[in-house]
Design a binder for this molecule. Structure first.
Ligand code: NAD
Length: 363
């Protein structure tokens, strides 16, 4: 049976990465009905919006999107298309595996972490009050009335950090179900509950309660500052990290750095009825049209999509093909070479070709 998937080509280096990734996914033998959609700055020039309704309509039908990076235009009044899609479909869990593949240049080996990040709440909810605005001054007055000891200057801007039982519970359940499904042994919930008792404290409380339903999975809590140090010193001790939105955002870049940088990091955004798969990196506009950047992150996002679609065997073969090309180190892009100007580095489509060859050799 062919899988219906909305394929969003993105902008910047997006279209060339997506073309390479689509070819590699098809080489697994899995059948797809791609519903190709355009979003981003290129389509904005034609239609006036970076996210045409047709894209959302398509995802409403397919429930699965495979998305190349999209630029967030600055100064146009448009918010991020990426965030808009995650919000529209309430994709509340962000999954970012960070795994060492032999051959990737990194000081660390044998890392196999999964960063789970809550996608809808926290300081990322976008509830902000601008310095000097009447509503901000009113809010400051109200806060002073309620908390006379709070130190807050008249010229403060304010961002609100909502963390709820409802939002945390569904996310924590997702995390523990994920750990159970993939036979992960330990979940570390990360927050700063000693300082933010009513938000991060609540987060821990709810995670702890959910953890009780999964006695086979070890559960621990760690303050985010300590987590940073632990990840740099002994990342191999950690398994699944369960993070609220902001800490998850920061720590996932740290984890990407441990295993070779942005070119290899995949991500998935998952809700109850839909999912979107993408690279962690952005649209790298300065490399647009040069057939230069690394397609691995988007291709590994394709591996996560295959797993989501129930194609576990194809996902495994795809990962083996990616790992083999990286381990050989011949057909890899510039960012995987010790010297970034190494003339033997290949382009985006050639690296994809090498993965396709590996897949074909196995079948
Ligand atoms: P970026 O990730 O696009 O690029 C930063 C640098 O990382 C690049 O200049 C390049 O040196 C390197 N890099 C990125 N991807 C690479 C790859 N596949 N192979 C090799 N090197 C790679 O980050 P940025 O420049 O901050 O953002 C550019 C645009 O992308 C912005 O508009 C941003 O909002 C957007 N963005 C989109 C997403 C998404 O689509 N989910 C994610 C992050 C950023």
């Amino acid at each position: 049976m062919a899988h219906n998937v909305t394929l969003i080509r993105g902008d910047g280096v997006g279209p060339e990465l997506m073309e390479a990734a689509r070819r590699v996914l098809e080489a697994t033998g899995v059948q797809f009905n791609w519903d190709v959609q355009d979003a981003g700055v290129d389509v904005m020039e034609k239609t006036g919006t970076p996210l045409p309704d047709a894209v959302l309509d398509s995802i409403r039908k397919t429930h699965v999107a495979y998305k190349a990076p999209i630029t967030t235009p600055i100064g146009t009044g448009f918010r991020s298309v990426n965030v808009a899609i995650r919000k529209e479909f309430d994709q509340y869990a962000n999954v970012r595996p960070a795994k060492s593949y032999p051959g990737v240049r990194s000081k660390y080996q044998n890392i196999d972490l999964v960063m789970l990040r809550e996608n809808t709440e926290d300081l990322y909810a976008g509830i902000e009050f601008e310095k000097g605005k009447p509503e901000t001054i009113e809010l400051i007055g109200w806060i002073r009335g309620k908390q006379p000891k709070a130190k807050i200057w008249d010229d403060a801007g304010i961002s609100i950090k909502p963390i709820s039982v409802t939002g945390t519970k569904r996310f924590a359940k997702f995390g523990f179900e994920y750990a159970r499904k993939w036979k992960r042994k330990k979940i570390t919930a990360v927050a700063k509950a000693n300082i933010m008792k009513y938000t991060d404290g609540l987060y821990y409380e709810v995670c702890r309660e959910v953890a009780r339903g999964y006695p086979e999975i070890q559960y621990e809590e760690m303050l985010v500052d300590n987590m940073c140090m632990q990840l740099v010193q002994k990342p191999e001790l950690y398994d699944v990290l369960l993070c609220p939105n902001l800490y998850g955002d920061i720590l996932s870049d740290l984890c990407a750095g441990l295993v070779g940088g942005l070119g290899v990091g995949p991500g998935a955004n998952i809700g109850d009825n839909s999912a979107m798969f993408e690279a962690v990196h952005g649209s790298a506009p300065k490399y647009k049209g040069q057939n230069k950047v690394n397609p691995t992150a988007l291709i590994l996002a394709g591996k996560l999509m295959l797993e989501y679609l129930g194609e576990a065997d194809a996902a495994k073969r795809l990962e083996q093909a990616v790992a083999a090309v990286i381990a050989e180190g011949k057909s890899v892009t510039y960012d995987m070479k010790a010297d970034r100007n190494d003339p033997t580095a290949v382009g985006t489509s050639q690296m994809a070709d090498a993965m396709i060859e590996k897949l074909k050799a196995k079948s």
